[in-house]
Write a protein of this length. Structure first.
Length: 498
């Protein structure tokens, strides 16, 4: 006969007198609690009035939110459930009443503006403990789904068509109602003719008009490169349609992070609603400065950030930048692409892959002060060249190359990254920033924003970054033997590359 351990279901059990006895000494929840106890919450506490009912203590509420994001619990309803059934959350709440989901949601929503300071304070704690050095920082962005459906977004042209259709329907409905009433010799005011169907149409018309007006206002200063294809979401107007590698086309935001190479702490965060990373580089560097008080020694970033402006930004900030060259405009497999032509600054000529020279033909001075001067170089030897058909596509049969003021800056960066030292330094980027995005999405489980609006979404992502850094602080203060060995080996490799 099979043997089983006693199964005493429903029998009374004597529990420890304190929940503290249930929590292991090396548990993440203790690290979160200890860190929050160190934070200066005076600004947050000052928001509470002495009048009215007693509120839950802000320090407890912060602990609940921080431990939640560190363990992948983002929903206020799920946090409420955890508070009642999870021993760690119950321990954080202490003895007494427990907040419900509305209290948690309102606290988070009303105090998003405090998160930049709390994030900065946690980065400072990591720096004081020697976990952040800023010797090398890597920057990267990732498109995260917004709390909005792409099917509830409209382009400018589609909105104009929809407006025309709705106006026509409203006119037909009012005209039909008027004819019906006149046939019965009844005079009815216009507002009484507007029944529920017509009112719904009018309401939709007004929403589309407001959205179209916002889209028109957005045109001059919008981050999007193609305003004609730009769309607006009726659910979250700040979000944008973006292409992603794994999810296809989604309504999204494009948060950016800067990660310190030493131990993977996030030291900079910015929020973008543009699918392009290129314009976000300065914002991330500004965030690093705000959070640490200084600039990193080295910065690595992928080709999405490659531009003369970003390279010059590194130079002006005295940062040793390594930005991979963009493939934009490059013809794959074409031996006669511009990047295969060599510029000789001494002779002021280009040399083609076949060894022929392109001399300066004309200088084009830009009338717009925001645009740069262009120099056009032309090869006169093309008619006798066996590669003319592959190289010279112009009607003249002569190959031309256009050079701008930005070309020397881009060429210098391309040469720098392609050097042996540059390759070794840039190669580290994947090991620094990409694992952090993996942890945010896989370990913390953050794949979609719950809040709406760029400002609120920025606050929500700061919470996620705080959760990541709290996990890092815990891992650094409670290292496992194999983790410590891998960390030391990784540090040795970085030291060799540097």
């Amino acid at each position: 006969m099979a043997k089983f351990k006693p199964y005493l279901f429903g029998q009374a059990e004597l529990l420890p007198a304190s929940l503290d006895e249930w929590i292991p000494t090396d548990d993440l929840v203790r690290t979160v609690s200890d860190i929050v106890e160190e934070l200066d919450l005076s600004e947050l506490i000052a928001r509470y009035s002495e009048r009215g009912e007693e509120a839950y203590h802000p320090r407890m509420m912060v602990k609940i939110l921080f431990y939640g994001v560190a363990t992948g619990v983002f929903s206020s309803r799920e946090l409420q459930r955890k508070i009642h059934f999870d021993i760690c959350f119950r321990w954080l709440c202490g003895i007494g009443d427990k907040p419900d989901f509305r209290t948690i949601s309102d606290f988070r929503k009303n105090n998003l503006d405090v998160l930049p300071k709390l994030f900065r304070d946690i980065v400072e704690i990591a720096g004081r403990l020697g976990y952040v050095s800023l010797r090398h920082v890597s920057i990267d962005g990732s498109k995260i789904k917004a709390n909005a459906s792409k099917h509830k977004a409209m382009s400018r042209e589609r909105m104009k068509q929809e407006l025309a259709r709705i106006e026509k329907e409203i006119g037909q409905a009012l005209e039909a109602a008027q004819v019906e009433d006149e046939s019965h010799n009844v005079t009815v005011p216009l507002f009484e003719l507007q029944g529920a169907p017509t009112e719904n149409l009018i309401d939709r018309r007004d929403k589309i008009k407001a959205a179209l007006a916002e889209l028109e206002e957005r045109k001059p200063d919008d981050e999007s490169e193609d305003c004609k294809k730009d769309q607006i979401s009726f659910t979250d107007p700040d979000s944008r349609i973006m292409n992603t590698k794994n999810q296809g086309v989604i309504q999204a935001y494009n948060p950016q992070i800067a990660v310190d190479a030493d131990n993977g702490f996030i030291v900079g965060v910015s929020m973008s609603n543009s699918s392009s990373d290129q314009q976000q580089f300065d914002a991330v560097l500004d965030s690093i400065q705000e959070n640490t008080g200084r600039m990193p020694q080295k910065v690595t970033a992928d080709a999405g950030y490659f531009s003369a402006a970003n390279i010059k930004s590194c130079q002006s900030r005295k940062v040793d930048g390594y930005i991979a060259a963009s493939r934009e405009g490059r013809q794959v497999g074409n031996s006669f692409d511009k990047q295969n032509f060599t510029y000789d600054p001494q002779e002021d000529v280009y040399v083609c892959p076949a060894g022929k020279m392109l001399t300066l033909k004309q200088t084009q001075h830009a009338k717009d002060p925001h645009k740069s001067t262009k120099w056009v170089y032309e090869c006169q030897a093309c008619p006798e060249c066996p590669f003319q058909k592959e190289c010279a596509r112009a009607k003249s049969g002569l190959r031309t190359i256009t050079r701008t003021e930005a070309d020397p800056v881009r060429e210098a960066m391309r040469t720098k990254v392609q050097s042996e030292e540059g390759k070794a330094i840039y190669r580290q980027r994947k090991m620094i920033v990409e694992p952090v995005w993996g942890e945010v999405k896989q370990v913390q489980g953050f794949r979609q924003f719950n809040l709406r609006g760029k400002e609120k979404v920025h606050g929500e992502f700061l919470l996620v970054a705080i959760g990541h850094n709290l996990r890092k602080l815990h891992a650094m203060s409670h290292p496992k033997p194999d983790t410590r060995y891998r960390r030391e080996r990784s540090a040795q490799k970085r030291g060799t590359a540097a």
